[in-house]
Design a protein around this ligand. Structure first.
Ligand code: NAD
Length: 314
């Protein structure tokens, strides 16, 4: 077989590209190497997906290395992650945590980070604040909340909805592809993806609370839960609550979706705050907020699917 020598210009282009990958000056910096801060129920799976996609992943969590996926390198400080990678992904509980980590990134001496991808649900106002802070240090921010639960993250069917300026979004495309197979750019400004995520979780929280009340009503009328779910799923009352959460977690008694009630309560609260800022309607949202607030206060940290026994009083 004959091999043709690659043209000199092609070889030189690859050398330049590889140098950029190594020194973080161009393209997607330190290509292949990604930072991940926040290794909870969701973050530990997403970081594992990046390892599975062939990335070298440098992780950090305030609680230590316990949930760092196999194959990743855990380091004891955010600053050390910031020194080792060009793109850093966050999966943190709320806006205060994202802001704190952003400040730690900015303060890291010799940092390489050029882009932060925030998969946490923090609401539009916090996303704009964190984006502004990072922009002051020359770091791009992609607002990239996720929906589909821990099971969806494992199956790579999780939806990553993301927003940010064109340069930042294209620079982190490869990292987003490592997180999940489902991705949608929904806007050109940080905060827009958060707005969509909050709208989604308002609907999800309301459907789960409403389904809990409907099933409690049916059980009291003598119906069987499995029969109710079968019929609801062939009828107009179906939702992700009847199709997924009830069959997988309530009917089986597993209650292990991997999403805490306090996080869902936070999402409904952030939704109501954002709606109030815009002056929109919130009658149903306020009712859902009351139910989720009561549940989160009564059983802090419980799996969110336990809202059924809470509502049912069982
Ligand atoms: P979690 O509470 O299980 O994990 C959060 C992790 O962040 C913890 O391990 C905690 O130690 C770490 N952390 C907190 N502050 C930190 C800091 N300052 N520095 C370093 N680490 C810090 O939460 P989760 O369920 O993994 O959710 C993470 C985010 O993803 C939340 O914003 C949540 O709303 C969102 N989300 C979760 C799910 C889900 O199904 N779990 C689904 C969609 C979106």
């Amino acid at each position: 077989m004959m091999f043709r020598r690659a043209p000199f210009s092609f070889v030189m282009r690859r050398v330049v590209e590889q140098t950029r990958e190594l020194d973080g000056r161009g393209g997607e910096p330190r290509a292949g190497r990604v930072g991940f801060v926040g290794l909870g129920n969701m973050g530990s799976v997403l970081a594992g997906n990046l390892v599975g996609a062939g990335r070298t992943v440098v992780t950090h969590d305030a609680l230590g290395a316990g949930r760092s996926p196999e194959g990743a390198v855990h380091v004891p400080e955010v600053a050390e992650v910031a020194r080792r990678v060009g793109v850093l992904v966050l999966s943190l509980p709320d806006g205060a945590a994202s802001e704190q980590v952003a400040r730690e990134i900015l303060a890291a001496p010799g940092r390489l980070v050029r882009y932060v991808v925030d998969t946490s649900t923090i609401g539009p106002a916090a996303a704009r604040t964190v984006a502004g802070l990072l922009a002051g240090g020359g770091i791009g921010y992609v607002d990239a909340p996720v929906s589909g639960g821990v099971a969806g993250a494992r199956a790579r069917t999780l939806t990553v909805m993301y927003a940010g300026d064109g340069d930042a979004c294209s620079a982190v495309e490869g990292v987003l592809a490592g997180l999940s197979d489902r991705r949608r750019r929904v806007g050109d400004r940080p905060g827009m993806a958060q707005a969509l995520k909050l709208a989604n979780n308002f609907l999800s929280a309301t459907a789960l609370a409403a389904t809990s009340e409907a099933v409690a009503f049916g059980l009291a009328a003598g119906l069987d839960m499995a029969t109710m779910l079968d019929v609801l799923n062939e009828s107009s009352g179906r939702s992700a609550a009847t199709e997924d959460k009830f069959p997988a977690h309530v009917l089986t008694g597993r209650y292990a979706a991997g999403f805490a009630n306090s996080l869902m309560e936070k999402d409904v609260r952030l939704y109501l705050r954002a709606v109030a800022e815009q002056g929109g309607p919130a009658a149903i949202g306020e009712a859902a907020g009351i139910v989720w607030g009561r549940f989160a206060r009564a059983e802090p940290g419980a799996d969110f699917t336990r809202i059924f026994p809470f509502v049912d009083g069982s």
